[in-house]
Ligand binder design. Structure first.
Ligand code: NAP
Length: 335
C-alpha cells in the first residue's frame, strides 16, 4: 500500500509517500481502508520534532481518518468488513491507504457524513467536547468565547456550545472565517487581531464570558483573565509559546485556568466522548467543515497550510482521489 513515511524529523518535505507492507489485523484489531485522513497541528509538531513525544521512525502520521472496514482480527465483534467508520486514533497512522486500529478506536460513520467529514471528527470534536463539558462544565445560558473559532477545534466548539444552549462568541482572523463562524452557530463573530475585540465581546453578549476555550494561550491568556466573568473557566487547548500574566485577576475573580491534552484522556473516556459526539453527528447538530481535500502526495503542502492563518475548517488527505469522499474537488467545502 502507499503510505506517508517520515524517516527523520524535519520540515514538511520529510513527509514522503512510499510503498509499505499492508498491515494485518491481530487480535482485537481492525483494518480500515482509508478514504480520507484528517490533518491536525499536532502532526506538524511531531514531524518537526518539537513535540514532547517522539514517534518511532519510520513513522506514518495521523490519528484521524474515515473509510471502510476491510478486515477484522480475532475477537472483534463490534464491526464487520464493509462498515463505514471514522477513526479516533490508529496503531499504524492514517496518512496511508490502509491503517490498523484497536476496535475501540473505530466508530460508526453516519450515512449523512462524507469520508472527508469523518476524517475531521476525532481530534477536533473530542477536544472541544472534553474542554467544554468535562473541564469547563459549560451550562445553558452561559456566555462561551471560542478564541480561535475558524479551525477544526474552534468550529467543533461553536457547534457544541450552541447545542448546549450557550451564548456563543467566536473569533476569526479573516472576514470569510467570521462568516463561517456565524454560519456554524455563533451568535457573534469578532476579529482576534483587533485589540478591542474582548471588550466588544462583552458588549455584544451583554456580560463577560463565563467560559473561554483558548486556542492560542501564549497570545491571549493575559487578556482572557482580564475579560472573564467572576467564577469563569478558561480552558487552555492550544499554546505555542510563553506569556506573562497577572495572577491577581484569577484570584480576585475566582477564575479557573484549566489545561487539557487529548493524550491524557483514558480510552474509556474517549469512548464516552465519541458516544456523545456520534449522537450529534447522527442528528446533524455536529457538522464537520472540510476546507480542502488534497492527495496523499501533497501532505507537505497540507502541513504548511495548517500552520498558516486564515483557517476555514479542516484540511484532509485523500489516498485515492478518484474513489474518495464523494468526489469533492479541491477547494470545495463539505458541509
Ligand atoms: P487549526 O485548524 O489550525 O486552527 C487554528 C485556529 O487558531 C484558527 O481558528 C485560527 O484563526 C486561530 N488563531 C490564530 N490566531 C489567533 C489568535 N491571535 N487568537 C485566537 N485564535 C487564533 O487548529 P486546530 O486543530 O483547531 O487546533 C487549535 C490549537 O489547539 C492548535 O494549537 C492545536 O495544536 C491545539 N490542539 C490541542 C489539543 C489538546 O489536546 N490540547 C487538541 C487539538 C488541538 P484564524 O486562522 O482565522 O486567524
Amino acid at each position: 500500500m502507499r503510505a506517508v513515511r517520515v524517516r527523520s524529523a524535519g520540515g514538511p518535505e520529510v513527509l514522503r509517500v512510499e510503498e509499505a507492507p499492508d498491515p494485518v489485523p491481530g487480535p482485537g484489531e481492525v483494518l480500515v481502508r482509508v478514504r480520507a485522513a484528517g490533518v491536525n497541528p499536532v502532526e506538524v509538531y511531531l514531524r518537526a520534532g518539537t513535540h514532547h513525544r517522539t514517534p518511532p521512525l519510520p513513522w506514518t502520521p495521523g490519528s484521524d481518518g474515515a473509510g471502510e472496514v476491510e478486515a477484522v482480527g480475532p475477537g472483534v465483534r463490534g464491526v464487520s468488513p464493509g462498515d463505514r467508520v471514522y477513526t479516533g486514533g490508529s496503531l499504524t497512522g492514517t496518512y496511508a491507504e490502509r491503517c490498523l486500529c484497536r476496535e475501540d478506536q473505530v466508530h460508526p460513520l453516519p450515512a449523512r457524513l462524507s469520508f472527508a467529514q469523518g476524517a475531521a471528527v476525532h481530534v477536533p470534536y473530542a477536544t472541544a467536547f472534553r474542554a467544554l463539558h468535562r473541564k469547563a462544565r459549560l451550562r445553558a445560558g452561559e456566555v462561551l468565547l471560542v478564541h480561535g473559532a475558524t479551525g477544526g477545534v474552534g468550529i467543533a466548539a461553536v457547534q457544541a456550545g450552541r447545542a448546549a444552549g450557550a451564548v456563543v462568541v467566536g473569533t476569526g482572523g479573516t472576514e470569510e472565517g467570521r462568516r463561517l463562524v456565524l454560519a456554524e452557530g455563533a451568535d457573534f463573530a469578532l476579529d482576534h487581531r483587533d485589540p478591542g475585540h474582548l471588550d466588544e465581546a462583552v458588549r455584544l453578549a451583554g456580560r463577560p464570558p463565563d467560559v473561554i476555550l483558548e486556542n492560542l494561550a501564549d497570545v491571549n491568556l493575559a487578556e482572557d483573565l482580564r475579560a472573564a466573568a467572576p467564577f469563569g473557566r478558561i480552558v487552555v487547548v492550544g499554546s505555542r509559546g510563553s506569556i506573562t500574566i497577572e495572577p491577581r485577576a484569577a484570584m480576585a475573580k475566582d477564575l479557573s485556568v484549566l489545561g487539557m491534552s487529548l493524550y491524557n484522556v483514558p480510552a474509556e473516556e474517549i469512548a464516552a466522548l465519541h458516544a456523545e459526539i456520534g449522537k450529534g453527528l447522527e442528528a446533524g447538530i455536529l457538522r464537520p467543515v472540510v476546507r480542502l481535500e488534497l492527495p496523499l502526495e501533497e501532505a507537505p503542502r497540507a502541513h504548511a497550510l495548517v500552520m498558516e492563518p486564515g483557517a476555514l475548517g479542516k484540511i484532509v488527505l485523500v489516498p485515492n482521489p478518484a474513489r474518495s469522499s464523494r468526489g469533492r474537488a479541491e477547494g470545495a467545502r463539505a458541509r
